[in-house]
Design a protein around this ligand. Structure first.
Ligand SMILES: Cc1cc2nc3c(=O)[nH]c(=O)nc-3n(C[C@H](O)[C@H](O)[C@H](O)COP(=O)(O)O)c2cc1C
Length: 188
């Protein structure tokens, strides 16, 4: 029997440094996990530590090297966390200008249950392009943890460090498993 597999995409924001918490939550439930990073996110994460924890290379570009498959691995769920203002807007528009964005575009297209956990301040979250992006992705069935019902709100500008400690890694994984096990991730 093969285990369930969680694909994680991290973007360039502070909580990316703590992505091991999501990997560990998945592994505790006997899931495997692999991390893909946007080019900006690479500066926020400890690549060797994550590779050791997951047993899989951290992908951030298209380069093929020994042991790295070119095609996108099958995934039972996708969690994009932390998701930046930049990447959320790009995902909604279908932009695929780096390996992480291309993977996300394809996995959502394959209807892999997808959860996005934004890490944006309130000023960015108030912008029309961002609000349109969130609405459009929800319309497509992507679960976005944002708003009072999720207990996860944009933070006030300058308070990112404090909010990083409260980042809802566990809720992200629990929501992804509900999507993977048929509970559905849509419904916002
Ligand atoms: C130290 C630092 C912290 C950042 N924190 C955030 C953040 O919390 N949220 C966000 O949306 N962007 C944040 N940014 C800006 C993003 O890194 C920037 O928009 C980048 O282009 C995002 O690229 P990506 O979406 O491909 O990961 C931060 C940048 C730096 C240098």
């Amino acid at each position: 029997m093969t285990s369930d597999h969680l694909q994680i995409v991290v973007c360039g924001a502070g909580p990316a440094a703590d992505v091991a918490q999501l990997v560990s939550a998945a592994q505790k439930q006997s899931w495997t996990a692999a991390v893909t990073a946007t080019p900006s996110a690479i500066d926020f994460i400890d690549v060797p530590a994550i590779e050791e924890l997951t047993g899989a290379p951290v992908r951030s570009n298209y380069r093929a090297s020994p042991g790295i498959r070119r095609s996108l691995a099958a995934a039972d769920a996708l969690v994009i966390a932390p998701a930046t203002y930049n990447s959320i807007n790009k995902i909604a528009l279908g932009l695929a200008d780096n390996y992480a964005m291309t993977s996300v575009a394809e996995l959502i297209g394959r209807q892999v249950p997808t959860v996005i956990v934004p890490f944006v301040n309130a000023a960015l979250a108030a912008r029309s392009p961002f609000r349109r992006a969130v609405a459009s992705l929800r319309d497509e069935g992507v679960r976005i943890l944002l708003g009072p019902e999720d207990g996860w709100e944009p933070h006030s500008p300058g308070s990112g460090n404090e909010r990083q400690r409260a980042f809802p890694w566990r809720m992200a994984f629990d929501t992804a498993t509900r999507g993977a096990y048929g509970g559905g991730t849509s419904g916002q």
